[in-house]
Design a protein around this ligand. Structure first.
Ligand SMILES: Cc1cc2nc3c(=O)[nH]c(=O)nc-3n(C[C@H](O)[C@H](O)[C@H](O)COP(=O)(O)OP(=O)(O)OC[C@H]3O[C@@H](n4cnc5c(N)ncnc54)[C@H](O)[C@@H]3O)c2cc1C
Length: 400
């Protein structure tokens, strides 16, 4: 039996997050309530089952779409909800308070794929791909990282050569999240060979699982667990029509960098939600667990851990909301998003380690979610630019 003394996720949070935040309107707080209810009633009861079965939650993606929580910022005419970026981060935060995997789908589809298609895609791509993703609740993926091209993304060697009215794609990618369950993959490839950023283009590959030339070599076993899908992929003589080029040839690197601002805000929101989950679980446990005849929260050594989590949580939340509000005001948020992502993910990792400590042996078991929060938090320090790379972004923009 799980959670012998813990309270289920649906019970009251110990944190006073509903008191309003700078940058949020009352409609955002109402929207947050909607997402929270979905997360507690639809996600919380099934997360352990999916995790135990190592199964990607395709049904949950469908339910998110049905509940109007998937294409949050995508215009309604393309099947989305037409909301702002503050709603986007709230959706991800509230889902991550319970489970990161479905939030990761909302984050990736809304940022790297959704934003890029909406802003740079052709009208045909918007009407077909974008609309299909958000009306049919499809999963998307981005194939950028390669074995030799991680932080240095421009070291990518995948090529897309023109052959008549087709591109022929050849290359080896790693860490393509959602790859084999995706209905649409953005493959990032060189369409020229000068070695500069201006060689790089994005090519859309719909229905990748049904194509000759796409081999999902393996699902990389990773710390987060088996429910998330992280593929190593080989593209060999993959032929797609030239009209699958997204935007202009040679502009792909710039498109990815712009969309990463939004992606990093999504990761900041993931981290904030994970940290909230850690605080909820550990504050509740510290209130109920008695040792030496009293609740363990009466010990300063325990209560200071909770206080540190609360302080970091408030700071992470404000950085995330403030960057989202700037984005809603039409500003470029490269530095703000890097700050929010780095601060929030470091805080989530630290908070998760302490949450495990507050729960003692129970925190180390899979009977409680904090060990999973710790595994989820670690990823947020690495993907969408490691925190070292994000610190470099912050430093570079000091001189703008
Ligand atoms: C869970 C997960 C999901 C992912 N999803 C995707 C995805 O969907 N699509 C995709 O294309 N990729 C994805 N990635 C890949 C991710 O973007 C890369 O892992 C990341 O960019 C870092 O590259 P790397 O792992 O090769 O590390 P490396 O670049 O090899 O870096 C190794 C270490 O060196 C440090 N380092 C490197 N260069 C510098 C520098 N200049 N200054 C300071 N420190 C430096 C790094 O910070 C890191 O600590 C995912 C990764 C993970 C873990």
């Amino acid at each position: 039996m799980k959670r012998d003394t813990a309270i289920s996720a649906s019970e009251t949070t110990y944190d006073s997050i509903m008191t309003g935040h700078i940058g949020l309107e009352s409609e955002h707080e109402e929207y947050r309530e909607r997402v929270r209810e979905f997360a507690e009633t639809e996600v919380a009861p099934v997360v352990d089952d999916y995790e135990e079965r190592d199964e990607f939650p395709l049904d949950l993606v469908d339910e998110l779409g049905e509940a109007g929580l998937y294409g949050v910022t995508i215009p309604e005419r393309y099947g989305g909800e037409g909301r702002d970026y503050r709603s986007f981060v709230l959706t991800i935060e509230e889902l991550c308070r319970i489970w990161k995997v479905p939030a990761g789908v909302v984050s990736l589809s809304g940022s790297l794929v959704g934003h890029t298609l909406q802003k740079f895609g052709s009208e045909r791509q918007r009407e077909e791909w974008l609309t299909d993703v958000f009306t049919q609740n499809q999963v998307t993926a981005v194939s950028l990282t390669e074995p030799q091209a991680g932080s240095d993304a421009n070291a990518l060697e995948t090529t897309a050569e023109r052959d008549g009215d087709e591109f022929v794609i050849d290359g080896h990618k790693v860490w393509t999240s959602h790859g084999e369950v995706a209905d649409l993959i953005f493959v990032v490839a060189r369409t020229d060979d000068t070695g500069s950023h201006d060689d790089v283009s994005i090519i859309g590959v719909p229905n990748p699982g049904e194509r000759d030339g796409v081999e999902f070599v393996r699902d990389i076993p990773c710390m987060e667990g088996g429910a998330v899908v992280e593929n190593e992929v080989k593209y060999e003589n993959l032929r797609v029509p030239v009209e699958n080029l997204v935007g202009e040839e040679g502009r792909g690197f710039r498109y990815i960098m712009e969309a990463l601002d939004i992606g990093r805000l999504g990761v900041a929101a993931q981290s904030t939600g994970i940290l909230q989950g850690c605080l909820d679980e550990s504050a509740r446990f510290a209130d109920e667990r008695e040792q030496f005849g009293e609740p363990i929260r009466n010990n300063q050594g325990v209560s200071f851990k909770l206080a540190d989590m609360k302080m970091d949580l408030e700071a992470a939340r404000l950085l995330t909301y403030s960057a989202a509000a700037k984005l809603d005001a039409g500003e470029r948020v490269t530095q703000d998003a890097a700050i929010a992502k780095t601060f929030a993910s470091d805080a989530a990792m630290e908070g998760a380690v302490e949450a495990v400590q507050v729960l003692g042996s129970r925190g180390y078991s899979k009977d409680y979610p904090v060990e999973r929060f710790m595994r989820e938090a670690k990823g947020t320090q690495i993907y969408e630019g490691t925190n070292e790379i994000n610190r470099s972004v912050v430093a570079r923009h000091l001189y703008d």
